[in-house]
Design a protein around this ligand. Structure first.
Ligand code: AMP
Length: 216
């Protein structure tokens, strides 16, 4: 399976797409946001530092992210193919990533950019709810994936929660950071020739387009 790097604004559908590819093909989903959120729950100095950065929507320092990512990529399950969700987020991270995969003998694979309108992103962020047990993603505003019972996961009955950074203020910061720091990666990978654009307004159409890329 081809490794996949997802580049997209916050709530453009990276998590949803990853969920679909994990379920259908057995990809391993590596979200640096999830890795950081796990550490942020620890009652340590590092945990508190990360927790503050996440709440404010700021990027976490490279050294912390690189270490967490490299440790995760060393695990054997990632050999069969993985999706990188939320990394690289800057050009310096893209350069360091190439060093990491050289050390670990992994392929760069393909890079997919998910495109969605700003207003859709905002609705997705404000209405997003996650299952505290299985991680399933819902939305109470967009009409897509509305949980059948309020605050309860359809799949496992776990309780739903809202991410601490899923508010309007933090969304603005995260969106601006995306435009300023992450979107230059599009040019970078375009030059490498492994970049593809996919519209992520509709889940089924997005998956179909991506399956064509994966089977090419
Ligand atoms: P995400 O789950 O991808 O939306 O990421 C949530 C937050 O985690 C971001 O707003 C950043 O604060 C932090 N984060 C995730 N990935 C990275 C990364 N590659 N570099 C720096 N910070 C990150």
């Amino acid at each position: 399976m081809k490794n996949i790097i997802l580049i997209a604004a916050p709530a453009a559908g990276k998590g949803t797409l990853s969920e679909l590819l994990v379920a259908k093909y057995g990809y391993v989903h590596i979200s640096t946001g999830d890795l950081l959120r796990n550490v942020s729950k620890e009652d340590t100095e590092l945990g508190r530092k990360i927790s503050n950065m996440l709440k404010n929507g700021e990027l976490v320092t490279d050294e912390i992210v690189f270490e967490l990512l490299e440790d995760r990529l060393k695990k054997e399950d990632t050999f069969k193919g993985y999706i990188l969700d939320g990394f690289p987020r800057t050009l310096s991270q893209a350069l360091e990533y190439e060093k990491i995969i050289n050390r670990l003998h992994r392929d760069l694979g393909i890079v997919i950019v998910l495109n969605t309108e700003y207003d859709t992103l905002k609705k997705r962020i404000i209405g997003r709810r996650l299952c505290s047990n299985c991680g399933s993603i819902y939305n109470v505003l967009t009409g897509e994936n509305v949980p059948k019972e309020e605050n309860t996961c359809d799949k496992c009955g776990g309780s739903l929660y809202r991410r601490s950074d899923d508010n309007e203020e933090s969304f603005k910061t995260r969106y601006e950071t995306y435009l300023e720091k992450t979107s230059p990666l599009i040019e970078y990978y375009k030059e490498k020739g492994n970049l593809f654009f996919v519209n992520s307004d509709n889940k089924e159409a997005m998956l179909k387009e991506i399956e064509v890329l994966l089977h090419d």
